[in-house]
Design a binder for this molecule. Structure first.
Ligand code: PLP
Length: 400
């Protein structure tokens, strides 16, 4: 087995076809760069959907993982271990929250937040059992489980996966009046992405998130911020909500929390809300395992320095200045915050897929979100020189 074509054929023969990857077979990664099996190097402008905010194999994270591999990797939650409490304490300190529910994937964190919100609604708020509603936004992306796709507005994600979980109300993202009108006596929570990643890096109008907070306070409703993609320094602040000086009652974290090494997610937030869970009511065999907690602690240590938030702010300003210059020269629109952008290629130009393929040919790995929209999310460790190299390639590919 030696060629790109052979490895792709193997994937296509034996793995399900639920993705449509670019024809690149990666063998190694370091920092912002990956190398394919034939020795070609590429700049990573996707960062595994922001799971690689610290780049490939950040030395401090690899060291933490190896140290823990040499001690103990899994205990299950049937017993205590010496990493869980430290991880949770450090994560609450970092995020200014009170309690942590550790899970593995992002979808599990969202599922867990939904379960907790419902339980809180019945046991604390006093909504009649089985009637709680959770308000979500159109064009949301919160994961792929049956309950989560029940409130997706993407037909591709839903078709032939029903019957769906009831209890969700969808309103237009960014529309505070629609949100206000949807709140009823049965509303347990509002679940929002502070920036909608998969929808194309959509930043809501100024004041929307603050108004969502105000409405939730007025009606005794929980605000749940899904920061799985937007959080952990990606937008230049620890959490994307920080830009609006808004606090959520619960946050879902994932992706970069595992340092690009292990799956690690969490729900963090208020003690009086997460505290509704009692033994036996929720869990996960791998959730909060020693290896994941040890890597997570090293991630928290990196984030606590503020260095990555600063890099995202500084490099992001440069990225957005340069992308803005491409409007009218191949790009129709540029959105985003920090080192994160969604760009719409001018209609009639390349599709997002064609642009991604052309970029791969120039040694830059990027991926369309859908249609003619590209997502740009380099690792926050990227140098300004490499960032410019990638932007130059984008400029060449989209210009007509
Ligand atoms: C990726 C993502 C998820 C799901 O995370 P998985 O680890 O893929 O299950 C949930 N919410 C948001 C905002 C995401 O970007």
């Amino acid at each position: 087995m030696t060629t790109t074509a052979e490895f792709i054929a193997l994937d296509e023969r034996w793995s399900t076809h639920n993705y449509h990857p670019l024809p690149v077979v990666i063998a190694e990664g370091e920092g912002a760069w990956v190398t394919d099996i034939e020795g070609r190097r590429y700049l990573d402008f996707l960062s595994a959907y922001s799971a690689l905010n610290f780049g490939h194999r950040h030395p401090a994270l690899v060291e933490a993982a190896i140290r823990q591999l040499d001690r103990v990797t899994l205990t299950s939650r049937a017993f205590h271990h010496d990493q869980l409490g430290l991880f949770c304490a450090e994560l609450t300190r970092l995020t200014g929250t009170e309690m942590v529910l550790p899970m593995n994937s992002g979808a599990e964190a969202v599922e867990s937040a939904l379960k907790v919100a419902r339980k809180w609604a019945y046991e604390v708020k006093g909504i009649p059992d089985g009637t709680a509603e959770i308000i979500v936004a159109g064009s949301n992306f919160h994961g792929r489980t049956t309950t989560i796709i029940s409130f997706s507005t993407d037909e591709t994600a839903r078709t032939h996966f029903g019957p769906f979980t009831p209890g969700f109300v969808v309103v237009k993202y960014g529309d505070a009046v629609a949100l206000r009108d949807a709140i009823t006596d049965r509303t347990a929570a509002v679940l929002l992405e502070p920036v909608q990643g998969e929808a194309g890096v959509i930043v809501p109008p100024d004041g929307y998130l603050a108004e969502a907070r105000r409405l939730c306070d007025e009606h005794g409703v929980l605000l749940i911020a899904d920061e799985i993609q937007s959080g952990l320094a990606r937008t230049g602040t620890l959490l994307a909500l920080d830009h609006e000086h808004v606090r959520a009652d619960l946050y879902t974290l994932g992706k970069a929390l595992g340092g690009g090494i292990v799956p690690l997610s969490a729900v963090v937030g208020r003690r009086d809300v997460l505290g509704v869970l009692k033994p036996g009511e929720h869990g996960s065999t791998f959730g909060g395992n020693p290896l994941a907690c040890a890597v997570g602690r090293a991630v928290i240590e990196l984030l606590a320095t503020g260095e990555f938030q600063q890099r995202s702010t500084r490099l992001g300003a440069h990225l957005h200045t340069r992308l803005a210059e491409l409007i009218g020269h191949g790009l129709a629109e540029v959105r985003g915050r920090g080192l994160w952008a969604g760009v719409d290629i001018t209609p009639g130009g390349l599709s997002g897929r064609e642009a991604s393929e052309a970029l791969a040919g120039k040694g830059v790995l990027c991926k369309e979100t859908h249609g003619n929209t590209l997502r740009i999310a380099p690792p926050l460790v990227i140098s300004e020189e490499d960032l410019d190299r990638g932007i130059d390639a984008i400029a060449e590919v989209v210009k007509r």
